[in-house]
Ligand binder design. Sequence first.
Ligand SMILES: O=C(O)C(=O)[C@H](O)CO
Ligand SMILES: [Mg+2]
Length: 255
Amino acid sequence: MQFSANLGFLWKELSLPDAILAAKNAGFAAVECHWPYDVPAEKVKAALQETGLKMLGLNTRRGDTSAGDNGLAAIPGRVSEARAAIEEAIAYASEIGTPNVHVMAGFAQGDEARATFLDNLHYACELAAQSNITILIEPLNHYDAPGYFLSTTQQASDLIALVGKTNLKLMFDCYHVQLMEGDLSHRLEKLMPLIGHIQFASVPDRSAPDHGEVNYEYIFKLLNSLSYPKPLGAEYKPSGDTSASLGWMSALKHA
Ligand SMILES: O=C(O)C(=O)[C@H](O)CO
Ligand SMILES: [Mg+2]
């Protein structure tokens, strides 16, 4: 198994370029991040080149976080902001060679939100295809993100079918899926053709994946048996120093 360090949570105290170096030194095969926009893309690109790591994914900007925004793409009346965020994310990803952009839906409910999200996803997929980029959508759990538009894998599968683009995929975050739906093994098997990236953390405390209600040794063995080919995203919140939280890596690498 190979792992991707999610630098939104791991080595958070370091600058993004330094966090990339730290991930390399710790033995990660790739990295991913949340919102890299405060760092010029050339600096991130230089760190990726120096380490030989790929940045597997990044997110669209969330909007005005001080006003509580958590994404824009499903919010009626904010289409031009949502599209600007999509354009910015795709341009940044394309400059640093990132293959996936997670388009964040935001807090909204109902038919108008759904229609807005579908339109914006269509727009994102067409733009992303020009740079060979995949668009990801990620169901988030109701405890951390109450009122977030996208909360289940069923909802995500329906949206993917409706948009009908081959570069629209599911971000399967085991942490969120376990909290909302459970049944991880069957869901991973069934949804495999739709999955663009997988993330993991302990459940329910979202820390290192060596305790809690999910047995990741079992899940990673299953992914191996399904020949899942890509690094798995370690997106957890270390309870202290990141480097001291990595005992799980050697234990799970050979799952
Ligand atoms: O919260 C998550 O699980 C994510 O992966 C998003 O990128 C950040 O909201
Ligand atoms: Mg996630």
